[in-house]
Structure formats: structure tokens, C-alpha cells
Write a protein that binds this ligand. Sequence first.
Ligand code: ADP
Length: 472
Amino acid sequence: MARLKILFVASECVPIVKTGGLGDVVGALPPALRARGHDVRIVLPRHRQAKSYPAEVLPGPLGVPVGAGTCWTGVYRAEIAGGVPVYLLEHDALFDREGVYGDASGEFGDSLWRFLFLSRGALELCRHIDFAPDVIHVHDWQAALVPVLNPPGGPATVLSVHNLGYQGIFGVGELPRMRLSPEQERDVEYFGNVNLLKAGLTRATLLSTVSPRYAREIQSADGGAGLDGLLRQRRRDLVGILNGIDEARWNPATDLHLPATYDPDDLAGKARCKAALQEELGLPVRPDVPLVGLVSRLAEQKGIDIFVDALGYLAGLDLQFAVLGSGLAWAEQVFDRLSATTSHFRARIGIDDALSHRIYAGADLFAVPSRYEPCGLTQLYSQRYGTVPVVRGVGGLDDTVDHEVSGFKFQELSGRALALSLAWAADCYRHRPEHFQQMQRFSMRKRMGWNRVAAQYDALYRLAIARRRGRL
Ligand code: ADP
């Protein structure tokens, strides 16, 4: 099959910059597409976090029209796994900041201009480096203006929604300064606001999201975050493709972050990881007590309030908890207090990739009580490490966990329901160890790599190209 030229535009890409699952996907899908023979390249802003990643500066600068003037832009070229080129657009006034989307004082107020810069910059860059993509694959609201700015004869575009809860909404007063045509302004305007995701969802040739169930949920009033009407209109152009995981980076048999390695045929190393994690966090070192892990942004979406409620219900059971996360101030405080005042609960507040690996490996159970979850990666990583997930049956969690086969599922959004499910799972760990180990081995052997996923995106790109050329 013909080799495609594919341009990714996004705000995050592992290992250069990451705040969540989006970064994992943008860092892993392009190498898998390149392994299929495609010419894939990625465009990112040169966030401060990205500056420590090795890159060479290209001849420039590149002029990107934003607001009333032109942003003069340094262009850097880096490479990620598989030799995939990443172009980093440098404009320090917009991106040389402590956080990616905000800092301790809140979200950045100028993100409209930051990501208008990214979208215009990506299209300018193609001319600058003489790269004419067949398809541009854009991710989330930060890159959602690309399909709108794409000229009529331009390439096909695919917009992937990693989380419909974040849309890039700004005051409509900004519209005149965006230098858009009247038609583009209509795409961007939504109920008296500027809404970047809505604009991309209107204009992209095809749409995707990160699990089949989430693709259905976002077409409903409950799950549509105000965009369900538009998504229903475009339902024939929308598919759900499950994320994969990077099976090399997330592999308990080779993981250098772990004190001991293991595989589905021999779980002895997992017991050593559990003991080491208990010791590291200051929990009593006991093999018999079920240890529940949680690695998460501490955000409302993730059901952190439900988790805290569940802790109350579970107080009488002999369980331990290992938590890693950062976000909501109230949740950080509750977790700090529990860590200081109880012997069975320990939380580390912050972002710590190495510790996350040790929790995926060292825990027995893993809690994912999300309100909604587009795909979710943590339940996939925990399965890969033989740590049985206890998840709410929504979105990608429902698609990737089979009850009593690869994890435990509950439905009701309540601390009580999560507590019951965790208690049931802990009971299985204690009293049905053979079944528990069968679940661990089954999950660890599941194939979750990106090859299967890349084949699905490959088909989607070809469909988008045919559609753009008016052949379908
Ligand atoms: P989301 O993108 O909505 O945050 P996902 O489950 O898709 O949720 O992806 C979360 C990713 O971020 C996973 O790779 C998880 O291990 C990682 N992660 C979340 N919180 C932390 C943290 N505090 N430290 C390290 N990694 C984290």
C-alpha cells in the first residue's frame, strides 16, 4: 500500500513533554505508523519542559501570523523512538513557562494565542520544510484550529478527541484579533464564545476518539459536554479506536524502575516489588494484606471524591493504599493528612514517573473510579503489571476491563459502590487466590501494543484522504 505522509500536531509528546494520556499517545502512535512504512512527523510547541530534550536548531526563523503581528519562531528538530522527527516551535513569550497549561495561580489567560500560534505555525512549517502531508492528524482543542485554517486544496484532516471535557473556550471579544474569514469565524463561534474544539469538530474531514464506548457516550446529552448535538450530526464521520500502550516501556520483565522483574509465568518478583513499595512508602511490610494503588490526576473527572468516600466505608477492613497524584488542593490535603495520621495509607503528592511504575508493579489492586473516562491508560498499565483494576464501567474502562476476568467493575457513581467493589476484589485476593492469579496472568498476557491500533488509524487516514478528494 502507498506510503503516506502524515503530520501530527499536538501539545504533548512523550518523552519530550507530558501532562497526561495525550502525551503517551502522541509519543507512541507515530513510531508504530512509521514501522508500517509511513513518513510521520510531529509538531509541538517548545514548552519549557521540552527544552532539556536534545534537538538541533534549523535555519529560520519562521514567521507565524498571530494577533496583530508576526511571531518570529525558532524551529528545532528532535527525534523520538523509531527515528520519528519532531519539530519544536519556539516562541518563549508564549511557551517558556513553568507549567504547560497553567501554573500555581491558575490556567494561563493567553492560551487562545498560544494554540492559535501552534495551529498556524504547523501549517507554515510544512511550507518551511517543504513537507506536503497527505493527512494532518490533530489532537484535542490545542490543535483543533488546524482543520479550520487548512486551505481548500489542503490535505485531509483527522481530529482525535482525547477528552471532551477540555474544549478551549475563550471570550468572543477575541474573535476580531484572530484574523479569520467570516466562514472560519462561524466555525469557531459557539453560543457566544470562541470554542476551538467545536471548530475542529465542525471542520475536520474525519473524527476519532479513544474508545468505542466513549464515541457513543459523547453523542448523548449526559456525556456530550454541550457538543453532543454536533457529534450526533457527525456520527457517520466519528469512530472510537482504543489506545494501545508502549509495551517496551511498560514491561514488568524488563522495567529498570523496579527492584525486581517478573512475568506471567513467575510472579515471585511481583511479591518483592510489593514489599519494596511498602517499605519505600512507610507502610507495614506485609504480604497478606491487599495493597490498593491509585495513580491519577487529582481532578473531579477521576472520581477522587468517590475514592475519599470509599476510604471511610473501608475503614474496618484490613487494606493498604498507595496513592500518587497531584491536582485539586483539597484532595492533596486530605491525602497528606491521611498519610500522617494512619498506618495503612500513604500518598505522594506530585508527578513521579518512576514511582508510578513501582506502584503499578507493587500493588495488588488498582482503583479507577472515574466519572467519565475517554480511554484511560492506568487500568491498562496495571493489567500489564498483573495488578487487578477495580474500575467504574464507563468509557474506555468498560471497553478494556472484563468483570472477574481482567478486573472488577462497578456502575454507580458513589463511594459505597467503589468500596463494595474493592472489598469484593480484596476478598478474591484473600480467599480465591487461584482465581486472582488467573486474572493476573490473563491480563499480563493480553496484547495491548500499538501495532493493532496503528493499522486502524492507517485505515482511517485512507478513508479521510478519499473523502477529502471527493471520492467517497
Ligand atoms: P488522563 O490523561 O486523563 O490524565 P490517562 O489514564 O489517559 O488519564 O493517563 C494518565 C497518565 O498519566 C498515565 O500514564 C499515568 O501513569 C500518568 N500519571 C497520572 N498521574 C501521575 C503522577 N502523579 N505521576 C506520574 N504519572 C502520572
